[in-house]
Design a protein around this ligand. Structure first.
Ligand code: UT7
Length: 355
């Protein structure tokens, strides 16, 4: 068995900067509200019709390959994590393969749908493939272009002010250096709360889950017709195609699960929070990260926060923040890096990496 290490990392954020004041032109919100509740000052949006989740992912992937000293043609497996894919199907993995000019059909491409914890789930999957010697260069990408599908009216303001676009990527390779690389990953889920943070339409559910919960939605489904369930006119008229979130509920779960899953990883290796050199939490809300920092008794320099600049970029948030921390020297050779995420599903997870 090998261990796997992050041999290369890179990120890409699109050039369009949208601050909170600009959003207040479309919806009833304010810079004060957004900064106070989330810490976010601005976010980036991709160039509509010129960029996609895949193309931003490709920019990050190229940077990660370059950083690893490989050409994209040497990648032997692709994992793509996103909740805002270019297409409903096929996934962004194959689109990325094409975008990078990888024509080798030996390469597998896997899309994963674990939202905010997508990167950590992807890291764990990549780790298993690399450890067993099956693949030598696994490219893991987390990318989002939320701006194309959020509600810019006041109705959607609780969600829309939070999310931004961007991409991050890593290349995982085997190493035989003792104690180096990915030390552990911990993954969890609880589908009880699937609808608390979700984009449920278009979809094949046909009200099933809501009827079971005793809260059927009025989507005006045509009586018995198949083929008209994914998206009805009423869904469009009522904005039911947009993501929705019970923010307070998600917040409460997040502040409980982040410390829990970080401690689980540390305990499994007989480490303590004091051993962490850098915690890179999923950038969900600055208040969540500050709460986690406080309960874990971590210093400011032990926690990476960049949500102020980028908002919540879901599957991209951890690799973007980690890439910045590597670039500015906060992550060094030998650093103990802890990654942690919580989000829609609910799914959550953590990873400990010796850099
Ligand atoms: O990465 C995925 C995981 N997601 C998260 O971790 C998100 C977790 N939750 C949160 O970050 C917070 O719950 C939010 C930032 C989404 C919301 O903050 P909150 O303090 O929980 O606010 P709230 O939802 O309880 O809403 C308070 C008030 C409401 O008005 P009323 O009913 O008190 O009159 C909302 O309608 O704030 C209103 N509101 C806004 N006002 C201005 C909601 N969104 C906005 C907005 N601008 N954008």
């Amino acid at each position: 068995m090998y261990q796997s290490k992050i041999a290369g990392i890179g990120h890409y954020v699109p050039p369009i900067v949208v601050d909170n004041n600009e959003l207040s032109n479309f919806m009833d919100t304010s810079d004060e509200w957004v900064q106070e509740r989330t810490g976010i000052k601005e976010r980036r949006y991709g160039q509509k019709f010129e960029q996609t989740t895949t193309t931003m992912g490709a920019e990050a992937a190229k940077a990660a390959c370059e950083n690893a000293g490989i050409s994209p043609s040497e990648v032997d497996f692709i994992i793509f994590a996103t909740l805002s894919p270019d297409y409903y199907f096929p996934g962004c993995g194959v689109l990325l393969q094409r975008e990078l000019g990888i024509t080798n059909q030996e390469v597998g491409a896997l899309d994963i749908r674990n939202q905010c914890s997508g990167f950590i789930y992807g890291l764990s999957i990549a780790d298993q493939f690399v450890k067993t010697g099956m693949y030598k260069n696994v490219l893991l990408v987390g990318a989002e272009m939320h701006s194309m599908g959020i509600d810019f009216s006041t109705r959607g303001r609780d969600v829309s002010v939070i999310f931004g676009d961007g991409a991050g990527a890593v290349v995982l390779q085997p190493t035989q250096e003792e104690g180096k690389g990915i030390l552990t990953t911990k993954l969890h889920s609880d589908g009880t709360y699937a609808e608390k943070l979700a984009m449920i339409n278009p979809g094949s559910h046909g009200n099933y889950h809501f009827k079971k919960m005793g809260e059927p939605k009025d989507y005006d489904y045509p009586d018995t017709k198949y083929g008209e369930v994914f998206m009805t006119q009423k869904m469009m008229d009522t904005g039911a195609q947009y993501p929705n979130m019970e923010g307070r509920f998600v917040f409460k779960m997040a502040v409980q699960k982040f410390p829990e899953v970080i401690m689980e990883a540390l305990n499994s290796l007989k480490l303590t929070p004091a051993d962490i050199d850098i915690l890179v939490p999923h950038q969900a809300n600055l208040r969540i990260s500050q709460f986690v920092q406080k309960v874990m008794k971590l210093r400011d320099d032990q926690v990476v926060n960049n949500i102020q600049k980028y908002g919540n970029t879901t599957a991209a948030s951890i690799p973007i923040a980690l890439s910045e921390a590597v670039q500015d020297g906060r992550v060094k050779e030998g650093s103990l890096v802890c990654l942690a995420a919580f989000g829609s599903g609910f799914t959550w997870g953590s990873a400990l990496i010796r850099w």
